[in-house]
Ligand binder design. Structure first.
Ligand code: BYC
Ligand code: FE
Ligand code: FE
Length: 469
């Protein structure tokens, strides 16, 4: 399945064979490019960036590396190969053939899911728009831009589905995806996390660690979908997602590593002294983890959700890795949920957001183990941890309750007084921001972060990944 790059819109869906659709997408394309210029990375648009571009959707062929100016990146429409005779894997219609068109009764729900997914992609690019100015190295700058162009392509993926399968409503939604903006008070992005500012690289690493990982889980659940074009699109998107989470995990590891070096150099882990030396103390890293993890936990929706039940019943949205479960119908099973009112038995289909959140959290633990191993090897007792799922929730049964990061209910007054022991205060943000000075000499790193273990695509770390001209 080689991608056709000869056309205006690179694709592997035989777009040339569907003239009306092709014209509609070619009409949307300049709107996207305008959005990229206005809301995408500020500056750097004329620089050569060492980017990877998909050349085919199979495992061997997809990554092609080379110097590209971002506005010339070949955004397009790439679906993973169809699975022959694929049938629905779960829910009420299990075993029936998957859908190549959208069944009328599911149209509005499916459109809502695709629009919500699509909305997050450009939102993240908007959130990260100014970070290039304060990059800790050219290597990091290149990674930021790689993520940004791929999130732009993920928007293309959802816009293709809207245009190809949802008629006029779909085309209108595609326009609106470029009109809502992250943090805009009139037209914000749909999900809260995507309206949070990302003003520094520590936030970027937390975002790509926690929030892109929500992307991984949501995409996995869509990869199971009975709507086959959605499944195929998401299967290919998942191959791109791995790098985004890699940037988060290794970015945080490098911050921890550098801090440990400074602790050793100074012979103290006193946060004030670490900060005075221009590094980020570990308790501050913990506050950032608390903030972005709790925000990302909301992205799974309420623990008890009729939307989740309807999505599963119909076949629209499965569980990530559905085939690893024994029961794919879930009509007579309950899940015991921990609510502020005590344990509650909930029909499993209604509790699937929580099931997903639990598997997500297990995946989140992996990085924590690695970072803590670095700390342990350096001989320190400090450990980083994930906050409790009850902490700082804006969605679900723990909404607004005064809970500490360990999950204990505390008096409201204490919660208000201690909140900024748990998440970054204004002063913490200001401190981290003060460290964010641009370092662009090839191979050089800012003082708050250790160099990566290796460069991109077997190139040395010193390679000039972005040519600033
Ligand atoms: N903020 O039944 P409920 C990614 C709304 S990340 C604001 O509890 P449901 C990426 C919800 O929309 C992956 N609103 O939840 C990462 C609903 O509103 P309506 C993004 C929220 O529907 C980094 C109401 O509350 N993909 O790809 O079962 C960089 C009640 O909903 C939030 C998706 O999200 C929130 N956090 O599940 C780039 C997949 N949470 O409809 C990219 C598509 C809930 O009643 N979306 N609400 O007005 C979905 O599958 C579902 O919409 C959700 C919510 C999982 C988000
Ligand atoms: Fe994405
Ligand atoms: Fe991503």
């Amino acid at each position: 399945m080689t991608i056709n790059y000869a056309e205006k819109i690179p694709n592997n869906v035989n777009l040339a064979g569907e003239r009306t659709l092709q014209r509609a997408l070619e009409h949307w394309q300049p709107h996207f490019l305008n959005w990229w210029q206005e809301m995408g990375p500020s500056d750097f648009q004329g620089c050569d960036v060492y980017l990877r571009t998909a050349v085919s959707v199979d495992a061997q062929g997809w990554a092609n590396y080379g110097a590209v100016k971002m506005p010339e990146y070949r955004w397009g429409i790439f679906l993973a190969d169809a699975v022959p005779e694929r049938s629905i894997g779960f829910g009420d219609s299990i075993g029936r053939p998957v859908w190549q068109q959208v069944p009328g009764e599911y149209r509005s729900n499916l459109r809502r899911l695709i629009v919500t997914q699509g909305d997050t992609e450009p939102a993240s690019v908007e959130q990260q728009r100014l970070l290039g100015h304060s990059c800790p190295s050219l290597y990091d700058l290149r990674n930021l831009f790689q993520i940004n162009v791929e999130e732009g392509r993920h928007l293309w993926a959802m816009v293709y589905l809207l245009h190809a399968y949802f008629g006029r409503d779909g085309r209108e939604e595609a326009e609106e995806l470029l009109q809502r903006h992250s943090g805009n008070s009139d037209k914000p992005r749909i999900l809260t996390t995507f309206n949070e500012p990302i003003c520094d690289w520590l936030s970027l690493f937390c975002f790509t660690y926690f929030t892109d990982r929500d992307g991984k889980y949501q995409l996995k659940s869509f990869a199971e979908s009975a709507f086959d074009p959605l499944s195929r699109t998401c299967r290919f998107m998942l191959t791109e997602e791995a790098h985004h989470m890699f940037v988060g995990e290794t970015g945080l590891a490098r911050v921890v590593k550098r801090t440990l070096e400074v602790i050793k150099e100074l012979g103290t882990d006193d946060p004030a002294k670490i900060r005075a030396h221009g590094a980020i103390d570990l308790p501050l890293v913990q506050k950032y983890l608390n903030f972005w993890c709790s925000s990302s936990l909301d992205l799974f929706g309420s623990e008890i959700s009729s939307n989740a039940a309807a999505g599963f019943a119909s076949g629209m949205k499965g569980r990530p890795d559905e085939s690893t479960y024994a029961d794919h119908v879930l009509t007579d099973v309950n899940l015991k949920l921990d609510t502020p009112e005590g344990a509650q038995d909930v029909p499993m289909r209604n509790a699937l957001n929580e099931v997903m959140r639990e598997s997500y959290l297990k995946d989140c633990e992996i990085g924590l183990k690695r970072w803590n191993r670095l700390i342990e090897r350096a001989g320190h007792a400090f450990r980083l941890a994930l906050p409790s799922t009850r902490f700082r929730r804006s969605i679900g049964s723990w909404v607004g309750l005064p809970v500490d990061p360990q999950g204990r209910l505390v008096p409201r007054e204490e919660h208000a007084r201690r909140l900024y022991e748990w998440i970054p205060s204004e002063a913490d943000h200001a401190f981290v921001k003060s460290l964010m000075r641009r370092v662009v000499e090839p191979g050089k790193m800012a003082g708050w972060i250790a160099p990566p273990e290796r460069g991109i695509n077997n190139l040395p770390v010193e390679y000039e990944y972005v040519r600033l001209n």
